[in-house]
Design a protein around this ligand. Structure first.
Ligand SMILES: *Cc1c(COP(=O)(O)O)cnc(C)c1O
Length: 437
């Protein structure tokens, strides 16, 4: 499998190269040259495959010859070594829980898969590789955890100061070793811009071997397809495919779902559920893409003003606007609606959503009121404890801290404070990497 750049000015590369580079040199995103068609036999019998087998089957065509079959099997099964249960909330709505990984958010899957692929690709390198990543909240912890102690890989994480939850902050600032957290005085888009500048800086790249672990990286983006297969594996109504509502920020997750759908997985319709950051909902109304500065909301991991992966959604549909509109509905949900959904589901269904899942729930619920014959699934992308500061006041109760994160909550954060200015980041990266000939 080869990948081309969405900007069409760079050479095609294989999976290995696309993973190591992150972004194409022309600043486009890598996109697979063809979308595999999965056999009907496989799709109709998902029940008879384990989650490890599904992962390998789905990802193998994208990896091609870059990783030998036995290594890929190991990587895939380590990636999905926890549960992905589909929980019924009421007659019409179920939640696919994607928070049973080590950092309690869905980004664990992509981060674990990518870190293992990269570890394999650099296993014989003599120069360490630096993974540079901007986070709006959950990426940081997932990447830090996925790459912790991976030999030959250093990780530098930029996060917006004061704009991530306290659990998220601890998850990315307390590991140490090969993980460094930079606390930027700005918002997520500032962090993302600093990272983009670093990748575009030839002078820096001659001295530091850099790669990205943001969802633009194909090794993080593509394994997210697994969720949709696990959802359908547990979906009992074989005659009616579900509508799937995805809480969306940078649009990597939903784009992976659409890819799975184009490969043959039955999904009736996608809902891209956004918070007040409504660039895509506006696009769906007008056909014009106008990015704007991110605004802070209760669902902070989706506070993105320029969703990087949306270009890939357009690419899947060959930039045909009517096709995009046909496959996806995108709506913007306010913080008030988010809180109302959280409380209603808690009281009526005895189920506690996190704010991101609540955005997806509200969007799905509205859609089903308009389309009463459909049923749907929302992706519950994080455990509510990650956002206890938002959730507890809404339900008027404390939530129990899961065993998995008791440890991290006792630690103290270590970060490097930085202004939102690329030159400071450059100086830092250069100071960390001795110049070699
Ligand atoms: C990152 C994140 C999202 C948004 O996912 P994208 O792939 O960026 O659209 C939604 N919910 C949670 C909890 C997240 O961490």
């Amino acid at each position: 499998m080869l990948y081309y750049s969405t900007s069409k000015q760079s050479q095609k590369v294989d999976f290995r190269e696309a993973t190591i580079k992150g972004q194409a040199p022309d600043k486009g995103l890598y996109f697979p040259e063809e979308i595999p068609a999965l056999e009907k036999e496989f799709i109709d019998n998902l029940n008879s495959f384990s989650k490890e087998e599904i992962a390998v089957k789905v990802i193998a065509p994208f990896v091609g010859k870059s990783i030998p079959a036995d290594v890929l099997e190991r990587i895939a099964s380590e990636t999905v070594s926890f549960e992905f249960p589909l929980v019924k909330l009421d007659e019409k709505i179920s939640a696919l829980e994607l928070f049973h990984g080590p950092t309690l958010a869905f980004k664990d899957v992509g981060a674990r898969f990518m870190s293992r692929c990269l570890g394999y690709f650099v296993r014989n390198n003599n120069k360490p590789i630096t993974v540079l990543v901007a986070t709006s909240g959950d990426t940081g912890g997932a990447v830090a955890n996925g790459f912790y102690d991976v030999e030959g890989v250093n990780v530098v994480i930029l996060y917006p100061s004061g704009k991530v939850s306290s659990v998220q902050e601890l998850q990315l600032t307390t590991l140490g070793k090969n993980i460094t957290a930079i606390e930027v005085d700005g918002n997520f888009d500032d962090c993302q811009q600093m990272v983009k500048n670093a990748f575009a800086d030839h002078n820096l790249n001659e001295q530091v071997f850099l790669t990205s672990a943001n969802s633009i990286n194909v090794a993080r983006w593509l394994p997210q397809q697994f969720y949709y297969f696990y959802a359908l594996q547990q979906w009992n109504d074989k005659l009616n495919a579900p509508v799937i509502s995805v809480p969306s920020g940078n649009f990597g997750n939903i784009c992976a779902g659409i890819l799975a759908n184009v490969s043959g997985l039955p999904v009736k319709h996608f809902i891209a559920a956004c918070n007040a950051n409504d660039v895509v909902p506006n696009f769906m109304q007008t056909g014009e893409y106008v990015s704007k500065p991110a605004v802070a909301t209760l669902s902070n991991a989706m506070d993105v003003g320029h969703p990087s992966n949306f270009i890939r959604v357009l690419e899947i549909f060959k930039h045909e606007f009517p096709q995009v509109k046909n496959a996806i509905t995108s709506v913007s949900i306010t913080d008030e609606e988010t809180k109302a959904a959280l409380l209603n589901v808690y009281l009526n269904d005895q189920y506690l959503l996190d704010p991101h899942g609540a955005v997806a729930y509200a969007a799905l619920n509205n859609y089903l009121l308009q389309n009463p014959t459909e049923k749907g699934i929302l992706l519950e992308t994080a455990h509510p404890i990650k956002f206890y500061d938002v959730v507890e006041p809404v339900i008027g109760q404390q939530i129990e801290i899961p065993e998995a994160i008791k440890g991290v909550m006792k630690q103290s954060k270590v970060s490097i404070k930085m202004e939102a200015n690329y030159e400071f980041l450059k100086d830092y990266l250069l100071s960390k990497s001795p110049v070699t000939a």
